[in-house]
Design a protein around this ligand. Structure first.
Ligand code: 5GP
Ligand code: MN
Length: 332
């Protein structure tokens, strides 16, 4: 598959590079490194993401070149879609992106549905940025410090600083090479994990207080409502990582974070709202299967989905579903 992708990229002249909505470090790292690499090969490049770039990633070079406005990208002959298990993950631009002549899908999610004309999907890769690193070597790209910082950030964040189960030898080897090329781990860590706004700390307080424990202590549910976001003056990106508190609780095997995106659910449990649900597991349960039931996807130990529902229904469905998983409901 790599050969076909290399051919398609070599043939491309104007390339639109995109990654998923509400981008994380890997979505941004793979987007920037790919965009910069293709530019260095003399291609016309248009970098696109639907959502604003979280403040913690704005230290990366060329991040301001990522556009939220698709129009300029419209004379592209090729689109490279990164870190998206399905095309819907790019957001509202999906129909327009489908019209681009050649679609290349590069990803590392087990639930990747194989969209596009060419796919480079490797479930073993710790991050999409790892695949991009390999692709850059094949394309004989001269990796410069901005590309190196983007790749490093993608791998660092997607492995949870080399702690999650996707952490592999390549994560260390590639990051080591990027550091030898001049990436400063302390500088990156300070930006990515360094400071929290007061609002985020207050949100953390509300989020911790919202945690409920179900299924004999094996399922934890954290709920973030729009009301909490408004009260603390926080943005969706401030919810990133909060789920880890729910996952780390003793005995918990599956943690769910229900994040209200808009609507009026906080006015009462029965109102319908849009939610993003993040799921994490300690490794015993494959949460990508739970996400798939709701039309989402992800990895075995980290997955998610979006849904329109009332908060009460959503919680009830999650609890019911978790209760049917042998590891969770099993004899104890
Ligand atoms: P998070 O919970 O941090 O948003 O996402 C965890 C993992 O699940 C990530 O790898 C992410 O790409 C994937 N994921 C999150 N939401 C969705 C979704 O709605 N659809 C799919 N296919 N994957 C998702
Ligand atoms: Mn991602």
């Amino acid at each position: 598959m790599m050969d076909k992708i290399i051919k398609a990229i070599n043939a491309a002249q104007a390339v639109l590079v995109a990654s998923h909505v509400n981008p994380d470090g890997d979505a941004i790292g793979s987007l920037l490194s790919t965009g910069l690499a293709l530019k260095s090969l003399g291609k016309k490049v248009f970098m696109y993401n639907e959502s604003p770039i979280p403040a913690v990633y704005r230290f990366l070079d060329s991040v301001n070149e990522i556009s939220r406005d698709l129009d300029e990208g419209f004379d592209c002959d090729t689109a490279v879609i990164l870190d998206c298990g399905s095309m819907e993950r790019v957001g509202q631009a999906i129909q327009r992106l489908k019209k681009i002549k050649t679609l290349i899908n590069i990803d590392h999610h087990v639930t990747n549905d194989g969209f596009g004309d060419f796919h480079l999907v490797d479930y073993e890769a710790c991050a999409t940025s790892e695949i991009i690193y390999r692709l850059m070597k094949q394309l004989e790209v001269d990796i410069d410090p901005p590309m190196a910082a983007a790749i490093y950030t993608g791998i660092l964040t997607d492995t949870g600083s080399f702690r999650f189960s996707n952490t592999n030898a390549a994560a260390f080897a590639i990051c080591n090479e990027m550091v030898e090329m001049g990436v400063d781990p302390y500088m990156v860590a300070r930006h990515v994990y360094g400071t929290y706004s007061l609002g985020r700390i207050k949100l953390l307080n509300l989020a911790l207080d919202s945690i409920e424990i179900w299924c004999n202590g094996k399922l934890s549910i954290m709920t973030l409502t729009q009301e909490m976001m408004k009260k603390t003056g926080t943005q969706p990106e401030d919810a990133d990582g909060l789920i880890n508190y729910a996952r780390r609780i003793e005995d918990v095997q599956v943690a769910a974070m229900i994040h209200e995106l808009d609507g009026v659910a906080s006015a009462g449990n029965d109102f319908k709202s849009k939610f993003h649900v993040s799921l994490r597991s300690d490794g015993a349960v494959d949460v990508s299967q739970i996400a798939a039931v709701f039309g989402g996807g992800g990895h075995e130990s980290a997955a998610g989905f979006s849904i329109e529902s009332s908060l009460a229904d959503l919680k009830a469905r999650l609890i019911e579903l978790a209760g049917k998983i042998p590891e969770i409901c099993g004899v104890n």
